[in-house]
Design a protein around this ligand. Structure first.
Ligand code: DI6
Ligand code: FE
Length: 394
């Protein structure tokens, strides 16, 4: 599937040439074979498999300590979310487990999740912090995320989710926490080169518009782009705020007004849809996809991989849920993990489509047509993955 052409931009009997880490040429296979013979260039057959751009999971909380399976079980046995939360559950329990975990432990558990995503054709992964909520623990999360990118054949983008939840020790001092998170902590982590973007959970159970704006302003001063968790449970106008700050993306958006959608479109802010969290939380009002289409907002799709609301390490299952739960077409869903996911990370010049000059990141699938990537529940037709021009073995 290449850029241009309709509807998926597919090319039949095509070939792609790689030079270094980049795509050097795309065209008819017969011509490639003749050129390769003339230039003594090695040729690999893809055996008639489908080739897509490497998939991009543009919203994850992949690195964290422990898990929340006990909480999941309790909820299904009738214990309410509030009771769990009062007993130290919810995000705070993951914060406790993360703070207590050594970097190696965090790395090993995140590695398992990264490998699962990679096995389905993911070549780029965004990873948020936000389970440390103190400087050292946030640094550990971001360092582990960077380390995954260094050691694996995988591109990692890090996001400092400085405003995720108010940690217990700051319950009597909200403003103090926000000031630390948006001030010295962000400056230190950005100064250490650990932060590609920032994010805030703007929600009535998390942070207000004003608090979110404080982080966006601090990021702007440092020249860092932003994402915003917006409209997951209520519409507080977070999409409009994200647009006002020209955020790369506004994520979730189950609750979004006409005005919010128009603001996103005008700002070129991508709507990142997260059907895994919607499914896991058993929500019943999907994001207003028709409104997003009408307004001309680009839609990306991501796993939101996290221990609480989306313990999901399958980008292919996420594609299926984007179609079945949110009503995206398979073309929209696939664009959501390629072209538009690249845009949600500000990487559209490098990634997201198969085009000459872009990074040679692609996946090969044993499928009959692209929609099959959205169709199966639990199958993995990914046969091979190339990251930066190199065939990947995970
Ligand atoms: N939205 C979510 O769904 C997760 N974080 C966020 O900002 C929940 C994270 C968790 O429950 O651990
Ligand atoms: Fe999230």
């Amino acid at each position: 599937m290449v850029a241009g052409g309709k509807p998926y931009g597919n090319l039949a009997d095509a070939a792609l040439a790689i030079k270094g880490e980049r795509i050097a040429w795309l065209g008819p296979a017969a011509e490639a074979v003749a050129r390769a013979a003339a230039g003594n260039t090695p040729v690999e057959s893809c055996h008639g498999l489908w080739m897509t751009p490497g998939l991009i999971d543009c919203h994850t909380h992949l690195v964290y300590g422990g898990n929340r399976v006990e909480e999941f079980e309790k909820r299904l046995c009738g214990v309410s979310y509030e009771e769990i939360s009062r007993a130290g559950g919810g995000i705070q329990s993951t914060v406790n487990a993360t703070r207590a975990a050594a970097a190696d432990t965090l790395y090993e558990s995140a590695l398992v999740r990264a490998r699962r995503l990679m096995s389905e054709g993911v070549t780029t992964l965004e990873i948020k912090s936000g389970y440390g909520l103190e400087l050292d623990a946030e640094r550990r999360l971001l360092t582990v995320a960077r380390e995954l990118g260094r050691r694996l054949p995988l591109s990692v983008r890090t996001t400092y989710l400085g405003l995720h939840a108010l940690p217990q020790e700051y319950h009597a001092d909200r403003a103090g926490f926000v000031a630390q998170a948006c001030g010295p902590w962000l400056e230190a982590l950005a100064g250490e080169g650990l932060v590609d973007a920032v994010d805030a959970f703007c929600e009535n159970i998390a942070f207000t518009l004003a608090e979110t704006e404080q982080l966006l302003r601090a990021a702007q001063a440092l020249g860092l782009p932003a994402h915003v968790h917006a409209g997951q449970l209520t519409d507080m106008g977070a999409a409009e705020l994200a647009a006002r700050y020209r955020a790369l993306s506004a994520d979730h958006l189950e609750y979004l007004s006409d005005r919010g959608a128009r603001a996103l479109a005008a700002a070129g802010t991508v709507a990142v849809l997260l059907p895994g969290a919607y499914f896991m939380l058993r929500q019943s009002n999907p994001p207003p996809v028709r409104l997003l289409r009408q307004a001309g907002v680009q839609m990306a799709v991501a796993t939101d991989c996290n221990p609480g609301s989306s313990p999901c390490t399958s980008i292919l299952l996420t594609l299926n849920m984007a179609c079945t739960l949110f009503g995206l077409t398979p073309l929209e869903a696939l664009s959501g993990v390629t072209r538009h996911a690249a845009q949600a990370l500000g990487l559209q010049a490098e990634l997201g489509t198969l085009e000459v000059g872009k990074r040679a990141d692609f996946a090969l699938y044993q499928i009959d047509r692209p929609a099959e990537l959205c169709y199966n529940l639990g199958a993995n037709p990914c046969v091979s993955v190339v990251h930066g021009g190199a065939v990947r073995t995970v």
